[in-house]
Ligand binder design. Structure first.
Ligand code: C5J
Length: 220
């Protein structure tokens, strides 16, 4: 175990049993013309965390620790997308409709790919998830169990939606969860701040939070 300075108190990272999960760093959320944009969000906010997220991925790769990338993605026939999700909001384009980067949130479309700077490399797991949480209809828990993973480090977007949902679901499944605060972002700064406070409140009811520099201080 290696101690990482974190809130609400030091996080004990178990190097042989830890994986990084990078949530939904997709063009659909981060670039103009995608799903996030269709909902009226300022997507430029999210692009700002690409360097810190790249640094975090680099740290895990240097140590040979597993890196998992998720994508919010639906099958081309949308059979895994509830009608309620398609209807929700008042978007300029709905899930499955064609935008500047192809069909929104549909697997295989250009907009559904992870941004080039964070692209997965051979051997890394890429999980297409139809929900906000990373365990719903993905089989990921079983894969992590088979790998002997007990600790998960989280990054990605958006903090209060897919990251927080995934982290809460992981916490319920018994994983020790750490969120890297400068490698996650929201379209709404106040929601990022609130999500972080919810995670660390009550003695870390969902897990721990730390900046990338503290992980680098512990592991170089
Ligand atoms: C959203 C996500 N916000 N990846 N997805 O719809 O957080």
């Amino acid at each position: 175990m290696t101690q990482v300075t974190a809130r609400p108190y030091p996080y004990e990272l178990d190097p042989g049993h830890t994986a990084l999960v990078v949530i939904d760093m997709q063009r659909d959320f981060i670039e103009p013309g995608g799903f996030g944009d269709s909902l009226g969000n300022d997507v430029a906010r999210l692009a700002a965390i690409i360097p810190a997220t790249a640094g975090l991925i680099g740290l895990f790769r240097r140590h040979g620790w597993p890196v998992i990338h998720t994508r919010e993605a639906h099958k081309p026939d949308l059979s895994d997308c509830p009608p309620s999700k398609i209807r929700r909001g008042n978007p300029s384009l709905h899930i499955g409709e064609s935008g500047a980067m192809g069909r929104l949130l549909v697997a295989g479309e250009p907009g559904n790919q992870i941004v080039e700077a964070l692209a997965p490399i051979e051997g890394e797991i890429v999980v297409d998830k139809p929900g906000k949480g990373m365990f719903w209809a993905t089989g990921l828990h079983e894969r992590l169990q088979a790998m002997g993973i007990t600790h998960l480090v989280f990054a990605g977007v958006t903090t209060e939606v897919c990251v927080q949902t995934s982290m809460r679901e992981a916490n319920d499944r018994g994983y020790e969860c750490l969120l890297v605060e400068d490698a996650t972002e929201s379209y709404f700064p106040q929601f990022k701040a609130s999500a972080i406070e919810m995670i660390v409140a009550q003695g870390g009811i969902v897990g721990w939070v730390t900046p990338l520099r503290e992980l680098e201080a512990s592991f170089g």
